[in-house]
Design a protein around this ligand. Structure first.
Ligand code: SF4
Ligand code: ZN
Length: 314
């Protein structure tokens, strides 16, 4: 096991990794997504199986969807062909290729596969991939040129809380993020940003406030879309941090507060990531209605009164 002492500790605390087939995407979903200018797109997200990310962020749970070793040449192409082969009508507008790592890490996405992936993506007007800010470079520009549609790169800013960022083990500083944002803009590539809610080393009572500040920072650097992601426990390291008082799981009420306060920031679109949000601490009686409201807000961008619940008196 290589890497820093923090890398080794974080990896050692992980639960066993499920077996992942490098020739089978582990899921796909079609959602409606709001874009700047109040347009609504149908977006197909394909969750690709490939090599693990070389970073070892303290909050990350994506490694469980990755294989041991490098992604074999052609494997992602086969995964994508299989998913696209099952698509019905109408065709989605956007293709999001999420590989639980960094798309521009050549070990995760072989450069030899870029042309075939771009060809499969030709019917889509927008293509989103994810990358660490440090992965933004010439390969991104080359890939964008191969595409028929417009490229968007999703980057984790996570937080602008400097002390918390230093503890994330993400190896990201804000200058680096800014340079990545500038590079993408200079090449007319869109930026999507992930911002955390419940970041370790941010005090629970300041959690929503720091999420808002991070969203504002991302929007000021040109993000077309900012997605607020509640930190999900279960990777071992977060449980260690919780036992030391450095991590408190975010609640559904906090996610609602964060989105309510960020919904009208602009010019980019701000949404709440509701994937697995059923796990967030909340009142059992009103949780489903609260999640439905968040999903509506994500698409409409219009404010709605909070759900009233006699059970939890909120
Ligand atoms: S850079 Fe992204 S995929 Fe890699 S460890 Fe960090 S959060 Fe996980
Ligand atoms: Zn309730």
């Amino acid at each position: 096991m290589s890497g820093s002492a923090a890398d080794r500790r974080i990896r050692s605390l992980r639960p066993p990794k499920p077996k992942v087939d490098p020739y089978k995407a582990h899921g796909s979903v079609i959602d409606e997504e709001r874009r700047p200018g109040a347009t609504i797109e149908r977006a197909l997200t394909v969750f690709l199986a490939g090599a693990e990310c070389p970073f070892t962020c303290s909050f990350c749970d994506l490694w469980q969807w990755t294989i041991d070793g490098a992604t074999p040449n052609g494997a992602l192409v086969r995964q994508l062909e299989d998913v696209l082969g099952t698509l019905g009508e109408p065709s989605p507008d956007r293709l999001k290729l999420y590989n639980a790592s960094n798309f521009f890490d050549r070990r995760a996405v072989p450069i030899a596969d870029h042309a075939a992936i771009a060809a499969l993506a030709a019917p889509f007007t927008g293509i989103t991939v994810e990358s660490h800010a440090r992965g933004i470079g010439p390969d991104v520009v080359d890939f964008a040129r191969r595409l028929n549609g417009r490229l968007e790169v999703a980057i984790g800013l996570e937080t602008v809380h400097a002390d918390a960022m230093a503890h994330l083990n993400k190896r990201l500083d804000f200058d680096r993020f800014d340079r990545a944002a500038d590079d993408l803009a200079a090449h007319d590539i869109d930026l999507r940003v992930f911002v955390l809610l419940g970041t370790p080393y941010v005090r629970a009572e300041e959690s929503v406030e720091w999420t808002m500040r991070s969203v504002e920072y991302a929007l000021a650097r040109g993000a077309a879309v900012v997605s607020i992601i509640p930190v999900r426990g279960g990777n071992g390291e977060l449980e260690r941090l919780a036992s030391l008082g450095h991590f408190t799981s975010p609640t559904l009420t906090e996610l609602e507060s964060a989105l309510d306060q960020c919904l009208f920031l602009g010019p980019g679109v701000v949404t709440a990531d509701c994937w697995d949000a059923e796990r967030l601490a909340a009142c059992d009686t009103c949780r489903p209605a609260r999640l439905q409201r968040l999903r509506r807000l994500n698409v409409s961008g219009r404010s709605e009164p909070r759900v009233a619940c006699a059970e939890c008196a909120s």
